[in-house]
Design a protein. Structure first.
Length: 93
């Protein structure tokens, strides 16, 4: 039961994020109309009514690849005995 509730919460958050970022655009194109309900001695009858209509536009994501040149820094490793000139020494007594 917890997994179903968690999945519903995640779905609602994703829909809210999609609408907020403009990736999902929902417009109502037709109003809803309630049915006419009448009560008679033999029961209740309902006539007419219609559901609302919506126009939904979604964004698109294009994924591709292209060749490019990337400058990669070079790394030079030297052994400790080769660079003695840079080593600081103190001969103070």
């Amino acid at each position: 039961m917890r997994a179903v509730i968690f999945a519903l919460i995640v779905a609602i958050v994703l829909i809210i994020a999609a609408v907020a970022t403009g990736f999902l655009n929902i417009n109502q194109t037709r109003e809803a109309k309630a049915p006419a309900v009448t009560a008679a001695p033999n029961g209740i009858t309902a006539k007419g009514g219609r559901p609302p209509a919506f126009d939904i536009e979604t964004g698109s994501v294009k994924v591709g690849s292209k060749e490019t040149t990337v400058k990669v820094p070079s790394l030079e490793v030297q052994k400790a005995g080769r660079n003695k000139a840079a080593a600081a020494t103190t001969n103070a007594q």
